[in-house]
Design a protein around this ligand. Structure first.
Ligand SMILES: Cc1cc2nc3c(=O)[nH]c(=O)nc-3n(C[C@H](O)[C@H](O)[C@H](O)COP(=O)(O)OP(=O)(O)OC[C@H]3O[C@@H](n4cnc5c(N)ncnc54)[C@H](O)[C@@H]3O)c2cc1C
Length: 457
């Protein structure tokens, strides 16, 4: 079957060299960072597509989808494959649609909107935007490698979210064109609220082919770390920077010790045994930051200019979900959760979790603005994995005490914590992919034969 698909795809794309069947290549293009999760690892290790294809135009995508639709072949879209939950791992074989060659930045409009193809790397966009006086509002810590299509398809926010919220907020995603899996496939423009039908739907209900992404004026940033004797002191200091409107910031992170000890390449930015606050702050505010840090009992351990994605050391490489990567390098028994603490009750929530799980649950806080404009202590705690039951106990306990959890140990949208309760993504799938061929198995509430669902009240 795979030979047959490959032969047909080779007739569709202009250059047959863009149809890939070598087992090692297929294996690589069928996987992401799913192995972060000890639960997903055994479930996904053997899954792979039968053929990969690298289109270079919307016309090629339309033709590939027309062929796949006629033969009911699953299609799983891939950006750069840096997702954490096996979002781009094909569960039912078929075609891997690798969009990495569609990476053109068309323009940055005078009012700061990047118009681009989905395979454009976020690092390349940040570099070009800064050259033109703009920068990304937010980006994942995988900035250098991740694509904008994959960020919109599978990501949520990151560095910059403390000021600009997540991808779903504040009209950052202005519009996109989407190729549907209808019979026949077509290109549909989604603007304004309609972007939420496709955003963070893991490529299950359409393929983004052209994106309008709002930027923000560039700032001269300094990256700095401040060491504190205790997590409590570090958290209180970081919170004051994160919520204080007088501070121009892009990143406010807190690590309790021993998390900084995992960051072996940058020993110079930490202090042995101490909690660490990591910030990106407007360079003009560095002296003011030093003063408040000192009066809060902190020691500025490092300060250096951020000069784009190639800055060395790039401290964002230790934040957001990169923190988990360093922890796993230090000890493979570490894994993670994705949480949102209550701004008013977080200290009590920290206390309860410490009491119940001891140092099997280490605090890593990422402050972020929510859609209502409130800065909250988001978190990607580093947690010790022993059994699935113990991990579930951690999730349940969090939820019982009012801590939001987006579970990163499941491979379908609904339990991941970011599925829209108003069902717009499911309704879009029923409309644009009625045969269920796009990334099948990842939106489990979809049934091919069920009547159209109504919007939940
Ligand atoms: C170390 C590490 C740190 C990370 N930190 C963050 C973070 O700070 N914030 C964050 O949000 N995420 C983070 N992630 C997850 C991931 O890196 C980002 O979400 C990234 O933006 C995904 O981009 P990608 O190109 O690799 O997408 P992929 O992994 O290739 O795809 C992600 C999903 O989007 C779908 N998709 C890809 N392209 C399209 C398209 N054109 N149209 C429709 N669907 C599409 C895929 O099918 C898949 O379901 C991290 C991951 C790792 C490994």
């Amino acid at each position: 079957m795979s030979q047959e698909i490959a032969a047909e795809l080779a007739k569709i794309v202009a250059d047959p060299a863009r149809v890939l069947t070598a087992p090692a290549v297929l294996d690589r293009l069928s996987h992401d960072f799913y192995w972060y999760s000890p639960i997903l690892r055994p479930q996904l290790v053997d899954k792979r597509g039968e053929v990969a294809v690298q289109p270079v135009s919307v016309e090629e995508i339309l033709a590939i989808l027309r062929y796949a639709g006629e033969h009911e072949i699953p299609v799983t879209t891939r950006g750069a494959g840096t997702g954490n939950y096996g979002q781009c791992v094909p569960l039912h074989g078929g075609i891997v649609l690798d969009l990495s060659l569609m990476d053109r930045l068309e323009e940055i409009t005078p009012d700061g909107v990047a118009v681009c193809q989905p395979g454009l790397r976020l690092g390349a966009l940040e570099t070009e935007a800064r050259a033109q006086g703009w920068e990304l509002r937010m980006y994942p810590s995988t900035l250098v490698k991740a694509s904008i299509g994959g960020f919109l398809g599978g990501g949520s926010g990151g560095i910059g979210s403390v000021a600009h919220g997540g991808l779903r907020d504040f009209d950052t995603v202005r519009a996109f064109e989407v190729v549907t899996m209808e019979d026949p496939p077509r290109v549909v423009l989604h603007e304004g609220a309609a972007v939420h039908e496709i955003l963070h739907a893991w490529g299950t209900n359409g393929i983004l082919t052209r994106i309008w992404f709002a930027l923000t004026p560039a700032v001269q940033w300094t990256q700095a770390t401040i060491a504190f004797d205790s997590f409590d002191a570090a958290f209180t200091f970081a919170e004051s920077i994160a919520v204080g409107s007088e501070w121009t910031k892009r990143l406010v992170t807190v690590f309790e010790w021993p998390i900084p000890s995992f960051f072996t390449p940058v020993k110079q930015v930490m202090r042995e045994g101490k909690a660490l606050v990591l910030v990106m702050i407007a360079t003009e505010q560095l002296e003011a930051l030093r003063a408040v840090a000192q009066s809060a009992g902190g020691e500025v351990a490092f300060a250096g200019a951020y000069d784009g994605p190639r800055t060395q050391p790039l401290l964002s490489d230790y934040t957001w979900n990169h923190t988990t990567l360093w922890a796993m390098k230090a000890d493979p028994e570490w894994t993670y959760l994705q949480c949102g603490f209550s701004p008013s009750d977080c200290r009590e929530q920290f206390r309860k979790l410490r009491e119940r799980f001891g140092t099997d649950f280490l605090f890593h806080i990422e402050f972020m603005k929510n859609g209502e404009g409130v800065v909250i202590p988001g978190a990607i705690p580093v947690v010790r994995f022993s059994t699935p039951e113990r991990l579930q106990e951690m999730i349940d306990t969090c939820r019982e005490i009012g801590v939001f959890v987006a579970n990163p140990h499941v491979n379908y949208l609904e339990d991941g914590g970011r599925f829209r309760p108003d069902n717009v993504q499911l309704r879009a799938k029923q409309k644009y992919d009625p045969r269920g061929l796009l990334n099948p198995g990842k939106m489990i509430s979809f049934r091919r034969e069920t009547p159209e669902v109504e919007i939940a009240q």
